[in-house]
Design a protein around this ligand. Structure first.
Ligand code: ARG
Length: 481
C-alpha cells in the first residue's frame, strides 16, 4: 500500500529532510501524540555534550580503522565544533520530530557537513550510543557529588572540632540517655558521609565501562577498536557482552541507591536540626538564609531547608524504586522502556547536588547554644550509668548496681534534683535497700557523677571523650576515617 500523503512512504519517495531517520520502512507518520509520547529530546538534550564527545571518539576510531576517510573525520570534527557552540549559546533548534538528542545532533551535523554526517553512525546504534552517553554523564555527576561530599565533610569537621568538648545529652528513644559531646554527635554524620562517598566511588567503577561497539545488540561487522574508544573517553574498560552493554541500567540503579542512602542520612540530620532548632529544645540556631517566615504568624522562623531535604528524600527514594521497577522483568536486549531511565536519574543527581551544596553552607554556619545543651543534660539523670559503673568497679554485681541507681533516680525525682546534687549521705540512704551498695560509695563518686567526668571516662577509640573526638577529627582530615 502506498500512501501518497506521506513523503517518506514507498521506496521511490523523494528524499525529505523532515523525515525521521528510521522512517523508510513506514507507510504513515506517527501521530503528534505518539511523537510527543515517544520523544525524549526535551530531557535527554542534557546529554548533548556527552553525545558529541562520544561521537567524536567513535569517528576518530572509524577513521583510524579506515572505516571512514580522514576527510570525513575532519568534516565531522568541524561540524561538531559548530554544533557544540550553537548548543552552548542556546542557538540550537531542538526538534521534537527528531525524537532524541542523538538524532537531533546527527541531523544537524548532516545539514552542516553532508555525507560525512551520514557516515558517523557506521558501526554503532543509538542503543550503545545512549548507554555511553548516560555513563559519561553520570560519571561527571558522581565526580561532582564526591567533591561536594568532601566539602560538606570539611565544614562538618570544623564544627565538630570546635565542639569536641561541648556537652549535650545523647538520646535513645528520644529520652536523655548519657552525656556526649556535640562534636561526637556530628562525627556520627561524618562516618555516614564517609560510607556514602565510598559507595559513590565504588559505583563509579561500574559506571566507567564503555558500551560503544555493542551496536544495536549483537556487536558490529566493522573492524572497530573498542579499546581505543574506551581510552579516548576515559573509560577503565569496555563492557564485555554486547547484549548486556545496551540493556542493563544497573549502574544507574546503584547510583540512585547510593543517593537514596545519602539523602536518608541527610534527612536524619535534618530531622535533628529541626528538632534542635525548635524553641522547646533550643540547642541550635540556623542562619536566617536557610529559614523562612510565616505569612500569618510574625514570630515564626521555620527551618524550611532541612524540612525540604527531609521531603526530597522521598523523591530520591521514589526514583530508585522507579528504576528498579523499570528494569524488572525486561527481556534482553534494549527495550524502549529504558528511555524512562533518564528523568529519575537526572532528578536524583540534581537533588543530591543541590542538597549537598546547601548543606555544606548550612552546617558550617550553625549557631550552637551550649548552655541549652548543658541545661538539658541536668534534667535526665544522664550520669546514672556512670554511677552504676562506679559501683561495679567497687565490686558490686552490675544488676545490683543497676537496682541501686534506679532507687537513687527515684529519690532524685522525689527531691526534684539531679544525681550530683545529692550529698553522700543522701545517696547512701537512697540505696539502702540494695545490700552492699551504700558502703561502696565514697567521696570520689562525685567525680563520675559530673558530666565532664562521664565524658572523660569514655576515652577509647570511638568514644565521646573530647580527646577522642579531636582524634577522630584529625583522623578524618587525614582521610583515615
Ligand atoms: N532515546 C532513546 C533512549 O533514550 C535512544 C535509544 C533508542 N533506540 C531505539 N532503538 N529506539 O533510550
Amino acid at each position: 500500500m502506498t500512501d501518497t500523503t506521506t513523503p517518506a512512504a514507498g521506496a521511490n519517495a523523494p528524499a525529505d529532510t523532515s523525515a525521521k531517520a528510521w522512517s523508510g520502512r513506514f507507510s504513515e507518520p506517527v501521530s503528534d501524540l505518539v511523537k510527543r509520547y515517544t520523544a525524549s529530546v526535551s530531557f535527554d538534550q542534557r546529554m548533548a555534550a556527552q553525545d558529541i564527545r562520544g561521537s567524536l571518539a567513535h569517528a576518530k576510531m572509524l577513521a583510524r580503522q579506515g572505516i571512514i576517510g580522514a576527510r570525513d573525520l575532519a568534516d565531522i570534527e568541524r561540524g561538531m565544533a559548530q554544533i557544540a557552540g550553537e548548543i552552548e549559546r542556546g542557538e540550537f533548534a531542538w526538534n521534537l520530530d527528531d525524537e532524541d538528542v542523538h538524532l537531533n545532533i546527527e541531523k544537524r551535523l548532516t545539514a552542516l557537513v553532508g555525507d560525512a554526517g551520514k557516515r558517523l553512525h557506521t558501526g554503532r546504534s543509538r542503543n550503545d550510543q545512549v548507554a555511553t552517553d548516560i555513563r559519561l554523564w553520570l560519571r561527571d555527576a558522581i565526580d561532582r557529588i564526591l567533591a561536594l561530599i568532601a566539602e560538606f565533610q570539611a565544614r562538618l569537621l570544623d564544627v565538630a572540632e570546635t565542639h569536641a568538648g561541648t556537652p549535650m545529652p545523647g538520646f535513645t528513644h528520644l529520652q536523655v540517655a548519657q552525656p556526649v559531646t556535640f562534636g561526637h554527635h556530628l562525627m556520627a554524620y561524618f562516618e555516614m558521609s564517609r560510607r556514602d562517598a565510598e559507595r559513590f566511588a565504588d559505583c563509579r567503577r561500574r559506571v566507567n565501562r564503555l558500551p560503544l561497539g555493542a551496536a544495536a545488540l549483537a556487536g558490529t561487522s566493522y573492524p572497530i577498536d573498542r579499546e581505543f574508544v574506551a581510552a579516548e573517553l576515559g573509560f577503565d574498560e569496555v563492557c564485555f557482552n554486547s547484549l548486556d552493554a545496551v540493556s542493563d541500567r544497573d549502574f544507574a540503579i546503584e547510583f540512585c541507591s547510593a543517593s537514596a542512602l545519602l539523602m536518608t542520612h541527610l534527612s536524619r540530620l535534618s530531622e535533628e536540626l529541626i528538632l534542635w532548632m525548635s524553641p522547646r529544645v533550643g540547642f541550635i540556631d540556623l542562619a536566617d538564609r536557610f529559614c523562612t517566615g510565616s505569612s500569618i504568624m510574625p514570630q515564626k522562623k521555620n527551618p524550611d531547608v532541612p524540612e525540604l531535604v527531609r521531603g526530597k528524600t522521598g523523591r530520591v527514594n521514589g526514583s530508585l524504586v522507579a528504576l528498579l521497577t523499570l528494569m524488572k522483568g525486561q527481556p534482553l536486549a534494549y527495550n524502549k522502556d529504558n528511555q524512562e531511565d533518564k528523568e529519575p536519574l537526572f532528578d536524583t543527581a540534581d537533588t543530591v547536588i543541590d542538597t549537598l551544596r546547601i548543606y555544606a553552607d548550612m552546617i558550617g554556619g550553625i549557631k550552637v547554644k551550649a548552655e541549652a545543651m548543658r541545661g538539658a543534660l541536668s534534667q535526665g539523670y544522664a550520669t546514672a550509668t556512670d554511677l552504676a559503673d562506679y559501683l561495679v568497679k567497687k565490686g558490686l554485681p552490675f544488676r545490683d548496681a543497676h537496682e541501686a541507681v534506679a532507687l537513687a533516680v527515684r529519690a532524685a525525682e522525689v527531691k526534684g534534683c539531679d544525681l550530683p546534687q545529692f550529698t553522700l549521705d543522701e545517696l547512701r540512704i537512697a540505696m539502702a535497700h540494695v545490700p552492699g551498695a551504700a558502703e561502696r560509695l565514697a567521696d570520689d563518686v562525685f567525680g563520675v557523677l559530673t558530666v565532664e567526668g562521664s565524658l572523660a571516662s569514655r576515652r577509647h577509640v570511638g568514644g565521646t571523650a573530647p580527646e577522642q573526638v579531636r582524634a577522630a577529627v584529625a583522623r578524618a582530615r587525614l582521610g583515615r576515617g
